[in-house]
Design a protein around this ligand. Structure first.
Ligand code: TTP
Ligand code: MG
Length: 368
């Protein structure tokens, strides 16, 4: 399928953490709902993770300090709740499972967003997308009870920007012929990679809108921002993005297997080897900025049969120590169950995911 004829969607779950709280307790639905990340230093220190749309009318939104949110909602019957990440993750998993069924290719990005390549599902025809989106919305509403907003476009970049246009419970379809008209009036900082610093620099060059940037001499952009970024800005402003929708995360794993110096049932000998394997795996995880949620061991016996044992964690982890701990536990248990000597050992981590959006954005909020 040529990349220029794709139909790509971005699904963004509405006011997600707060909507999950409304799902759990529908009586709060008509009040401002604020989900906060309490830092614990004092009662109200911390920041707002998200809020429902009623709270947003009072100027209470992601990132603002909790004391300010309290002030803005003074005298209002509002509900403040702490982040319950595990619960949101469960709801997210259910929704993503449903959405996956509507895509040719599905790529989850963080807890509340997913890209769907639906080119074949809609026969390459943008006119068929509203129907498909309606089916998706109905299925999620019936099976989980939540709403989401959708952007549809010829690539990820357009889909993502479009998804922001009609919220909550909205849909925005940008057909290829409408891309230029859609993008050009938007402020330039709507493009990924144009932060405060860059947009200030662009403003000096009289680049205020995406249209201004699209019309700007690409050679000059390269001189100013370097080749990679200059060309990226030029393409993005012109609505060009060839990044494919790619399955990621859950399916992937990282593993290493090695042969022991001698066949053995000695835990210390085995762990010495698996520690090395763990270090290699941890290095790769760090390089790719991935966390894992499952640890497995593999044992290949002297008769060349192989066995594996897994442990799923309650929380995703990033460190090497946790892998070592579970590898030890799993081998201890496994050696108690089997009589044969082991010839080769392996370690595997799975259910991989990128750093969560929540942490990233809160971190950048606190450090900015
Ligand atoms: P968003 O999709 O940015 O926001 P949202 O889903 O709450 O609202 P919208 O209807 O506008 O899509 O983020 C998804 C979740 O990530 C959000 O529910 C809470 C979390 N989050 C934070 O914890 N801190 C933040 O600064 C942001 C922006 C989000
Ligand atoms: Mg959202």
């Amino acid at each position: 399928m040529p990349t220029q004829n794709r139909v790509v969607m971005l699904v963004d779950l509405d006011y997600f953490f707060a909507q999950c709280e409304e799902l759990r307790n529908p009586t709060i639905k008509d009040k401002p709902v604020v989900v906060g990340m309490y830092s614990g230093r004092t009662e109200d220190s911390g920041a707002v993770s998200t809020s429902n749309y009623i709270a947003r009318k009072y100027g209470v939104k992601s990132g603002i300090p909790l004391f300010l949110a309290k002030k803005r909602l003074e005298g209002v019957d509002a509900v403040f709740l702490p982040v319950d990440y595990d619960y949101y993750q469960q709801i997210s998993d259910k929704i993503m499972q449903i959405l996956r069924g509507y895509a040719d290719v599905f790529e989850q990005v963080g807890i509340d967003e997913a890209y769907l390549d639906v080119t074949q599902k809609v026969h390459g025809n943008f006119e068929e997308t509203p129907d498909l989106v309606q089916q998706m919305k109905t299925a999620v509403k019936n099976q989980v009870g939540t709403t989401f907003s959708v952007g549809v476009g010829p690539n990820k970049l357009i889909a993502k920007i479009a998804s922001d246009k009609n919220k909550p419970d909205g849909i925005t379809v940008v057909r290829p012929k409408d891309v230029e008209a859609f993008l050009s009036p938007l402020p330039v900082d709507r493009l990924l990679g144009v932060g405060r610093k860059t947009s200030a620099k662009m403003e000096e060059l009289c680049i205020k809108t995406i249209g201004d940037l699209a019309a700007y001499d690409v050679q000059r952009l390269v001189e100013l921002f370097g080749k990679t970024i200059g060309v990226y800005f030029h393409n993005a402003a012109n609505g060009i993005d060839n990044d494919p929708v790619q399955e990621a995360g859950e399916a992937e794993s990282i593993s290493r297997i090695a042969t022991l110096k001698e066949n053995t049932r000695d835990l210390a000998v085995i762990l010495q080897k698996t520690d090395q394997l763990t270090d290699e795996i941890h290095k790769e995880l760090t390089q790719k900025n991935l966390s894992y949620k499952q640890v497995s061991i593999i044992a290949i016996m002297t008769d060349l049969t192989s066995r594996s044992r897994s442990q799923t964690l309650e929380q995703p982890a990033k460190d090497a120590e946790t892998i070592r701990k579970y590898v030890r536990e799993l081998f201890e248990k496994y050696l108690g169950e089997s009589e044969l000597e082991i010839r080769r050992v392996g370690v595997k981590v799975a259910q991989l995911s990128k750093e969560e959006k929540q942490q990233r954005q809160l971190t950048s909020f606190f450090t900015s």
